[in-house]
Design a protein around this ligand. Structure first.
Ligand SMILES: [Zn+2]
Length: 511
């Protein structure tokens, strides 16, 4: 006998995780409020059919109707675990008996009085499978059932049960069983089976069972059958269930977080041997554990943002695994994405009152070399760096950034980083910087800044030129202003209004 059959409840108190329903039914029976039609709906494997049988047992107990059937009378024995079933309780699987013919047969049977017991009870499992015509054929008997007849419809899809039938039933909707309750139940079953199962294994079964008692017990049964000795070993259980070994995921995650590429790709290859869904779940599970730990410890550091990045990326890349691609390919891409987290840390304001030395070591050189002394000293270092940067630029860019054209460069701390504020001599100089060289100069300079200063720095152009004139953004200029700008710039190198206007469509770094 399966574990599920062996531990199938035969009284309401034995039902797992449906306390509201079992106590409501018990109260109704004990107060003689017995309906002639019930509808039990809910996900599969969470106790609908079991409760229907228990209800039948309560109604037909020789000492009943009672919410606590005696367990000794003929009816109780027949309807208990391992019983033969009772002539007065008809269990019909509507999935295989859903024709109009079946419904008519049923209607015929309803006319007969109970053979021995108090009620004639019809349990219609998978009731949503009955066709509309079938329901119509049943409608009359459900509307005006002969005395002492009780219908119990059980279904995973109550909305598919004809509304006219539904409205004549007392409806109970069952729920998936909560993990904590399920775990305790599984623990008891293991105890009774003489099997040792640790918390880790029980959690695994609970997750795999997804809240269904039937599914959880069949997972547990699979593990018990595949065990060696009396103990359920977690790693062996993982193997049986096709789950990833815990250290594989742990090591992979550690490798991507530390940026150990060779190791990460190698472990990724091993993970490719598993079902994508099992792999993703294991990875996310592991990230979640780490994140919860991080946040409990205060969180918010580099590690936290890396972990958040990993979980986001796994989510973003999960669709890759649904495509008909070799899994190794998708995995390499995912691994590459995850590795990128260790190379691009979130920008940190360089002068934020000195982080811990260990933290500084983990940062890329450009940011960890940040000046930590007085602002003046920092300013001087920045200026030196800037000069070095400008001298390394291509001639065409340098030409627009001479001391004459760009007399003032300031370093200002702003939200989330640093701005390198460029004040040009005249608005025209600033526009030339933005537009010349196919508007590549700002990009070239930005790239050089990122290399020299780190990702927390960006360039910005001042809203006012050094000569005191306000600088109109090119994109805000009227056609005539653009024409004037064009003719001014023509004196240096040819460029038409159209050309300028075209460039305006692109992003120009100004103000
Ligand atoms: Zn009884």
């Amino acid at each position: 006998m399966s574990l599920y059959g062996k531990y199938r409840p035969e009284t309401f108190p034995e039902v797992i995780g449906q306390d509201l329903i079992t106590s409501a039914l018990s109260n109704a029976i004990d107060n003689s409020r017995i309906s002639q039609a019930y509808l039990f709906s809910g996900p599969r494997g969470c106790g609908k059919t079991s409760c229907a049988r228990i209800l039948a047992r309560c109604l037909n107990c020789a000492k009943g109707p009672t919410s606590r059937p005696c367990g000794e009378c003929e009816s109780c024995l027949e309807l208990g675990r391992g019983g033969t079933g009772s002539l007065d309780v008809m269990e019909i699987d509507a999935a295989s008996h859903n024709s109009v013919e079946d419904a008519r047969n049923l209607r015929g049977q309803v006319q007969f009085s109970p053979v021995r017991d108090r009620y004639k009870i019809f349990i219609l499992d998978e009731a949503h499978m009955i066709s509309t015509q079938g329901f119509n054929a049943l409608l009359k008997v459900v509307e005006e059932p002969p005395k002492n007849t009780v219908f119990i419809f059980a279904t995973t899809a109550p909305e598919k049960v004809l509304a006219t039938i539904r409205s004549r039933t007392v409806h109970y909707s069952f729920r998936l069983v909560e993990p904590g309750i399920m775990k305790k139940h599984l623990e008891r079953v293991c105890d009774q089976e003489g099997v040792e199962a640790g918390s880790e294994v029980l959690d695994m079964v609970v997750r795999q069972g997804g809240g269904s008692v039937r599914d959880s017990l069949s997972v547990l049964e699979e593990l018990i059958n595949g065990r060696e000795g009396d103990e359920l070993d977690p790693e062996r259980c993982r193997k049986i269930l096709g789950l990833l070994p815990s250290d594989l995921v742990e090591n992979y995650l550690e490798a991507v977080l530390k940026g150990e590429a060779a190791k990460a790709y190698g472990l990724g290859e091993k993970m490719g041997a598993f079902e994508p869904s099992a792999m993703m779940e294991a990875l996310l599970e592991s990230v979640r554990e780490k994140l919860v730990e991080e946040f409990k410890r205060g969180g918010g550091g580099q590690e936290t943002s890396k972990l958040l990045f990993v979980s986001e990326s796994v989510k973003d890349y999960s669709s890759l695994f649904k495509l008909p691609l070799p899994q190794g390919l998708s995995l390499d891409l995912l691994t590459s994405k995850l590795l990128s987290s260790s190379f691009s840390p979130s920008p940190q304001p360089p002068l934020a009152s000195g982080g811990a030395p260990e933290e500084a070591k983990r940062l890329p050189p450009s940011v960890s070399e940040r000046p930590s002394g007085q602002p003046q000293k920092a300013e001087a270092e920045f200026k030196a760096k800037w000069e070095r940067l400008v001298s390394s630029l291509p001639e065409e860019a340098k030409r627009e950034m001479t001391a004459e054209k760009l007399p003032k460069v300031d370093f200002k701390q702003s939200q989330g980083g640093w701005a390198i504020l460029l004040t040009f001599a005249t608005p025209l100089d600033q526009h030339a910087f933005a537009l010349r060289l196919d508007r590549a100069i700002p990009k070239i300079v930005s790239e050089a800044v990122r290399k020299e200063f780190g990702s927390g720095f960006s360039i910005q152009a001042s809203k006012k030129a050094a000569n005191g004139e306000a600088v109109t953004k090119v994109k805000d200029m009227s056609t005539s202003e653009l024409a004037r700008l064009s003719s001014q710039m023509l004196s240096e190198s040819p460029m038409s209004v159209e050309e300028i206007a075209e460039k305006v469509e692109g992003k120009v770094v100004e103000g």
